[in-house]
Design a binder for this molecule. Structure first.
Ligand code: AVI
Length: 322
């Protein structure tokens, strides 16, 4: 087939605003309070995230791109011919062209993204670059489970491309469950190409999440703006500051919104109180060891077929076989 234009398949859960409200109310009622990181990615948040990827301190994107540039041939070799490549949480699809260029007669590329407009605007250049590949965007929250449209090539093998260490934003049990879901999606003979940030000097890690230009702080605090705008929350956005700290025992960076003084957030008929230094957890970003990665793959029922790293050993791309 040579279809080059599709509307986005909208698999997003019926009531996105209702889900945001429900998750905020549940999360803020917990101790410590939490807001799931997937709510970072509205249009403004997705644009801020793209800027994070360009920051001098934020090494993961750059490092993964280097690995992809160096080893895309080898990855393409493993993926073989006639693949349908699915990318959950594709964002601006910045990395996939490196891979697509190195695939033999790929059948389709299926980006799956919660931020639909952000995704669609980034697909035009990709379509121009790869006119022979069917590009089929799916607008969905990939954490909620999603289906992909049938591709008119029954023999095609499926592969999931999950770069960027997005897997690190899930606690290990959920990460394994998500990978198992990908394994089910690709089926026997399929593969998952996974990008994972590795454990390293805490000073490097903390700098990556506390950039000097304050973009990560704006990204974190965008959650408060979203709550005001979309949930009608009554809160003082300037009353919270960004913090990112390395939690060594848990092997994760934690992002917090720290209350500067005693205050309340009123939302959805509930009032939540914060004293000075109380904080809301907005993100975990787990950093793996190689042994931890092997265990993760095994728990998901995947075999590590190959893996590639940069020279510093900061980031890993894993080829996992279903
Ligand atoms: C998308 N994810 C892998 C990023 C990370 O590094 O955990 C999100 C991010 N948070 C702050 N900076 C970037």
């Amino acid at each position: 087939t040579l279809q080059v234009d599709h509307p986005a398949y909208d698999h997003s859960s019926n009531d996105v605003a209702g889900e945001f409200m429900a998750d905020v109310l549940t999360g803020l009622a917990q101790s410590p309070p939490v807001i799931p990181p997937k709510y970072f990615y509205d249009d403004a948040g997705s644009r801020l995230f793209d800027r994070i990827c360009e920051l001098p301190e934020y090494y993961p994107t750059r490092t993964e791109m280097q690995i992809l540039e160096q080893y895309a041939g080898a990855i393409g070799e493993r993926l073989g011919e006639g693949v349908v490549l699915v990318e959950p949480g594709s964002g601006s699809s910045a990395k996939v062209s490196l891979l697509l260029r190195n695939l033999r007669r790929p059948v389709a590329y299926v980006p799956v993204e919660i931020s639909g407009d952000h995704m669609l605007s980034s697909l035009t250049p990709l379509r121009q670059q790869f006119p022979a590949i069917d590009i089929i965007p799916v607008c969905a929250d990939f954490t909620a489970g999603f289906t992909i449209p049938d591709v008119d090539a029954p023999a095609a093998r499926r592969a999931v491309f999950f770069p960027g260490s997005t897997i690190g934003n899930f606690p290990p049990d959920q990460a394994a469950a998500l990978l198992a879901q990908f394994r089910a999606l690709v089926g026997a003979g399929g593969a998952v190409v996974l990008g994972v940030d590795l454990r390293k000097d805490p000073a490097v890690l903390e700098a990556a999440y506390n950039d000097a230009a304050g973009v990560t702080a704006a990204f974190n605090r965008n959650l408060l703006t979203r709550m005001q705008q979309e949930l009608g929350a009554v809160l003082d956005a300037d009353g919270f500051v960004h913090r990112a700290v390395w939690n060594a025992p848990e092997s994760r960076i934690e992002m917090h919104l720290v209350s500067r003084h005693a205050q309340t957030i009123e939302v959805g008929g509930s009032t939540f109180r914060y004293e000075a230094d109380d904080f809301i957890i907005t993100e975990f970003s787990y950093k793996y060891t190689r042994a931890g990665l092997d265990a993760l793959a095994a728990e998901a029922g995947l075999r590590v077929g190959a893996s590639w790293e940069d020279a510093r050993g900061w980031f890993s791309i894993q080829y996992l076989e279903a």
